[in-house]
Write a protein that binds this ligand. Structure first.
Ligand SMILES: [Zn+2]
Length: 459
């Protein structure tokens, strides 16, 4: 697209906005990009792009994968632009392009890594065509915003440019079916000790063969529809991977990934299934970008997993308080968190800070997502207590009762601090499951709990 007077006016206006924001000490906002797109709707199309653009999309894991990839590049001294500090919709990407360009728009770097919101595809791909695009997975998400998984699949399938090379999860039959005409590679994990052959979750977004509509046979189930499938009635089966993770060793925190050049060992950052997939995804993408196994390994070795998503502190009497992110309105992310809590050792109490009424000014989600979320995982003998708080506590209380959790194990009320004051002394581990918008509340609760009798008295 040509650059016209309107584009240059939008660019200058956006720069002035960015300067004004800098002067008042605000960072990482998508406001400059918002103004650029208001003043010039096809601004991203007219803005000069770096030589290589990498996109990362999918329902879950895209932020973690983007951060892993960016950190490995940084550790190897490779410069790039990214939207890490801003949003992953069109205004955030416009802001990132503006931020990382010279005055008239020439890119400062030859490489860009952009996390791209899947729902925003029609406002992105007509204007910016990634050379390589990763899709981590596709699941149902907030039903108000994303409808259902097939709806998002159809948007991506229609909008992804035909010239884009795809890096796809062979263990997700839904996202691995995207854009069959595009050039692609697949990644997969061969075996995990936690593998199952039947789905324990309420939600399975891919039960039927896409060719003949027969019920699929699950050879391996990891979580929800993630695993290996084949159709007993036709030749449909999970694709053969180009990057195959093998010998996942949780004790040594390493794995081997076999690619066309042989097997290479990589470090793991966290033992959860989701995080193993995130590392495999990042490795496959970085290899496609031309990095050597040695460069990737060195980069991964130096990375610390983000403390905003998971952190653990010990109390003076030897108990544990664990912060665990569990995105509200996202039944898959919450179910993963609930399964992690169930599988953790010890006698546990859980506080759920997942009330979407906290951002009621912008959105109020209908509560159907609670019924797609596996509260049944919390009906376990190792879970002593469930603290349900927030303005919607009656909704979560009802859901917990329907999951079969005994009423005597549940405390429910609006005030999170008052509920925490009733923390069960029998519990030796206190899980605080929180939303991105309840991070500071989660931290306050942790501080209060650390000085409470629960954390200081000798049991
Ligand atoms: Zn079939």
């Amino acid at each position: 697209m040509k650059r016209n007077l309107r584009f240059y006016f939008a660019l200058l206006f956006a720069r002035c906005t960015a300067l004004a924001l800098k002067l008042i000490g605000r960072k990482g906002t998508s406001m400059p990009g918002s103004w650029a797109i208001i003043l010039c709707p096809d601004f991203i199309g007219r803005m000069p792009k770096p030589k290589t653009v990498i996109g990362i999309t999918g329902t879950n894991g895209k932020t973690t994968v983007a951060n892993l990839v960016e950190d490995v590049l940084t550790k190897n001294g490779i410069e790039y632009s990214c939207n890490r500090m801003g949003s992953n919709v069109n205004t955030g990407i416009a802001s990132a392009l503006i931020n990382s360009s010279h005055f008239w728009g020439k890119p400062k770097h030859d490489l860009a890594i952009f996390e791209m919101d899947e729902r925003s595809s029609p406002r992105l791909y007509p204007y910016i065509q990634p050379d390589i695009l990763v899709c981590t997975n596709l699941f149902r998400d907030s039903c108000k915003r994303n409808a259902h998984a097939e709806y998002i699949f159809n948007i991506l399938d229609k909008e992804i440019p035909k010239t884009t090379k795809l890096v796809l999860n062979a263990d997700d039959p839904l996202s691995s079916s995207l854009c069959p005409e595009n050039s692609r590679v697949y990644y997969s994990i061969e075996h995990l000790d936690s593998d199952k052959t039947a789905c324990e979750n309420i939600v399975n977004d891919f039960p039927l063969c896409p060719k003949c509509a027969s019920p699929l046979h699950h050879d391996v189930v990891r979580y929800h529809h993630i695993g290996r499938v084949h159709c007993p009635n036709c030749d449909y089966a999970s694709p053969v991977p180009d990057y195959l993770a093998q010998n996942v060793d949780i004790d040594a925190m390493t794995m081997m990934i076999e690619d066309k050049d042989g097997g290479h060992s990589y470090p793991l950052k966290n033992d959860s299934v989701i995080n193993i997939y995130n590392v495999v995804t990042a490795v496959a993408l970085l290899r496609e970008m031309g990095l050597s196994p040695e460069q990737i390994r060195t980069g991964l070795d130096a990375i610390q997993i983000s403390e905003t998503r998971y952190s653990e502190v010990k109390t003076t009497n030897g108990k544990r308080i664990i912060h665990h992110l569990a995105k509200a309105q996202n039944p898959i992310a919450c179910s993963r968190a609930f399964e992690n809590v169930r599988n953790a050792s010890g006698k546990k109490a859980i506080l759920l800070l997942l009330d979407d009424r906290l951002d009621a000014a912008k959105t109020v989600e209908l509560k159907a997502w609670l019924y797609d979320t596996d509260f049944e995982f919390l009906k376990d003998d190792s879970i002593e207590q469930l603290l349900l708080v927030g303005k919607r506590h009656y909704d979560t209380y009802m859901r917990a009762l329907l999951a079969g959790i005994p009423a005597e194990k549940i405390v429910h009320m609006e005030d999170a601090q008052a509920a925490t004051a009733q923390l069960d002394k029998k519990a030796d581990t206190f899980f605080i499951l929180y939303e991105m918008h309840s991070i500071s509340l989660a931290q306050n609760i942790r501080e209060l709990t650390l000085s409470s009798e629960w954390a200081t008295e000798t049991p």
